[in-house]
Write a protein that binds this ligand. Structure first.
Ligand code: NAG
Length: 339
């Protein structure tokens, strides 16, 4: 994997800081892209590599962090609120409620929007450079927003999704949102997987084929929540049946009451029993499971859009390609771990 530009490396490091307030970190997004890649049909994978710029080498993991890099550019300001969704009346840990309000610019709307855009261009391919760029951006946004929606604090309202909820993490001070974006993940990669994100990825894939196997078969099935006639995107959910962000956000939001905000205290050290619980066997490796759900659902939707004839069930997944973590992400991860 070639990604040796120092400019890129520097961008990645800056990004890790920018990220901590707003989004799944670079590592979380990279992993969801890598998980998805393993579940793409060959046809989907090849279409994707023609849509992405050549420098991405056809890898979703290289596309996944992009929306955080461009979020402060004027021409992409419209996408800023699409990284999260703030349901009204949501009040964890007492009450987790995901009553989705249609018509906003948010994470749920964003997933519908990007799905619709990709599907439209699949039916009517772009005929000019402007439309090609729109399709490329829609794919990169889609991959990223599929990660965000599986981070429980991206679907939660109070204290700006936990950004304003201070915590202690070992010797450092942080906040609940950053805990879920990066701290839990980097500590788990470091302690259980010897700082090796590839080993963490392999373990996550193994879990989808062992202890999560039976439930994983239902991760790509949508219930009725997203196909209500009142939903202005119901024409999209009819066309792409594996996409149901309202359902995903509802289930992910409920985790804010069961685990994320439970027994919150600013003086608690979140690097001990809390960390063990949400990354360990007593919660069925919850943190890893959310990454896996994101990747597997992303792959199912992309297969449905780009290879509609495929009968490959995403959760069964024939592994078509095993990609190394690009070196620049390894560097970014090492930096994060060293802090
Ligand atoms: C997606 O959102 C953008 C920004 O609001 C908008 O310009 C575009 O038309 C939307 N796409 C669809 C398919 O609705």
């Amino acid at each position: 994997m070639r990604f040796a530009s120092t400019i890129l490396a520097a961008t990645t490091l800056v990004l890790l800081n920018a990220n901590s307030a707003h989004a799944y970190g670079v590592l979380g997004h990279t992993l969801t892209g890598q998980i998805a890649q393993l579940f793409l049909t060959p046809k989907t994978a090849s279409q994707i590599s023609t849509i992405l710029p050549a420098s991405y080498e056809g890898l979703l993991s290289n596309a996944a962090p992009w929306p955080d890099k461009i979020r402060f550019l004027d021409q992409y300001k419209w996408a800023t609120p699409m990284h999260f969704v703030n349901p009204p009346n949501d009040n964890p840990p007492e009450q987790c409620l995901f009553e989705y309000v249609y018509g906003g610019q948010d994470n749920v709307n964003a997933i519908f929007n990007m799905t619709a855009t990709l599907k439209q261009f699949q039916l009517t391919p772009p005929t000019n450079v402007g439309d090609e760029k729109k399709r490329e951006d829609a794919l990169k946004f889609f991959v990223h927003f599929m990660g965000d929606i599986h981070q429980p604090l991206h679907d939660s309202t109070p204290f700006r999704g936990g950004n304003d909820a201070p915590i202690k993490f070992g010797k450092s001070k942080s906040n609940l949102h950053s805990l879920w974006d990066t701290l839990l993940l980097t500590k788990d990669v470091k302690e259980r997987f010897g700082d090796n994100p590839q080993a963490y990825l392999d373990d996550t894939i193994k879990l989808t084929k062992t202890i999560w196997k039976s439930e994983a078969a239902s991760w790509t099935s949508c219930g009725p929540a997203d196909s209500q006639p009142a939903n202005p995107w119901s024409s999209v959910t009819k066309q792409v049946k594996t996409v149901c962000p309202i359902q995903w956000a509802t289930v992910t939001n409920a985790l804010d009451c069961t685990y994320v905000w439970k027994d919150y205290s600013a003086s608690r050290d979140y690097s001990t029993d809390y960390f063990q619980k949400v990354t360990g066997p007593s919660t069925d490796f919850l943190y890893q499971k959310l990454l896996a759900q994101s990747g597997i659902r992303m792959a199912a939707a992309l297969n449905e859009i780009f290879d509609p004839a495929s009968t490959l069930s995403a959760s069964e997944g024939t592994v078509v390609k095993r990609s190394e973590l690009p070196p620049r992400y390894k560097r970014a991860v090492e930096e994060a771990l060293a802090r």
